[in-house]
Design a protein around this ligand. Structure first.
Ligand code: COA
Length: 271
């Protein structure tokens, strides 16, 4: 299976790729995120196997039984034992969110996301952006070169956080991955500080970009609910999804922005 291992979103669509020389040290980049969240009243800590029972109780509270089959016991065990994760707590010590990832010993020591949740009363503060970014750094410290995840094309908060704010792309789709038999976009991120800095979208730059480039050649606009069009897009393999566009930018509702492989300077591997 062909998959993407590197890309650069066009600079004219992105925030400036600045990062402090300190950020090169993964531990200090992680500390920066912990400090930002501490200023917001949260405590972010690395998950360890010691957190198994507590997390199991939390997952049983937030997930329906069928979802627990996907994210409960075995998954939790594998991620805590062989992967990495983080817990976000309130000042009162209640879990406000978590992320867990499993590591694989493939060519890229890929880190695969096995769950990312912010509980409803704490949503709306981009906490998932920090959780995901924090785990990029943890996975990198474990030696992972690529981070992968799956997200439903209609899960817009999750896609905005990951594609727009953290610089990931969708490089494929699985038509019926979960128990609901709904499609899932396959998310990729090369794990380097440079890629993390260079691929974050500046949404204010999108209208000028769309005006300057050619639809159908450089980019395509897709409806997140149109599974057939998304499956066709990845079947042809000439475009990858790079961003979510807010209503009114390219269509009446939210839209997905796909960029050509050339625009994204994509490098492929058989995966
Ligand atoms: C996905 C999730 C973690 C995001 O939580 P969060 O970090 O609080 O996200 P926010 O509410 O701050 O939203 C993040 C971004 O999505 C945007 N957004 C939220 N709802 C949206 C919608 N319906 N349409 C378009 N954009 C939306 C927000 O505006 C924000 O972007 P902006 O800052 O550029 O405006 C949370 O919704 C959740 O736990 N969902 C259930 C579990 C889940 O789906 N996990 C991911 C599985 S892959």
């Amino acid at each position: 299976m062909r998959c993407v291992i590197d890309y650069r979103k066009p600079p004219e669509l992105c925030l400036p790729a600045v990062f402090s020389p300190d950020a090169i040290r993964l531990s200090s980049a992680r500390r920066d995120i912990e400090e930002i969240l501490a200023d917001m009243g949260y405590r972010l800590q690395v998950c360890t196997y010691e957190d198994w029972a507590r997390l199991q109780d939390f997952l049983a509270e937030i997930y329906e039984p069928q979802m627990l089959n996907n994210f409960g016991g075995f998954t939790l065990y594998k991620a805590l034992r062989f992967g990495s994760g983080a817990l976000l707590e309130t000042g009162a010590g209640k879990i406000a969110g978590y992320i867990l990832e499993e590591s694989f010993r493939d060519r890229y020591d890929s880190s695969y996301c096995q769950g990312l949740v912010v509980v409803p009363e704490h949503r709306g503060r981009k906490l998932s952006v920090y959780l995901e970014r924090y785990n990029f750094l943890q996975a990198m410290a474990r030696g992972a070169k690529i981070r992968r995840a799956t997200i439903a094309p209609t899960n817009l908060p999750s896609l905005v956080s990951s594609l727009n704010h953290n610089g990931t792309i969708a490089d494929g789709i699985h038509p019926y991955l979960d128990f609901e038999q709904t499609p899932r976009l396959l998310i990729s991120m090369p794990l380097t500080i440079e890629a993390m800095a260079a691929n974050r979208l500046d949404i204010s730059k999108v209208p000028a970009f769309l005006k300057a480039r050619r639809e159908g050649v450089d980019y395509r606009i897709l409806d997140p609910t149109d599974a057939e069009a998304l499956i066709d897009l990845f079947h042809l393999g000439r475009f990858q999804i790079a961003a979510v566009l807010k209503p009114g930018i390219a269509s009446e509702g939210s839209a997905l922005l796909a960029l050509s492989n050339q625009c994204l300077q994509v490098s492929f591997d058989r995966g």
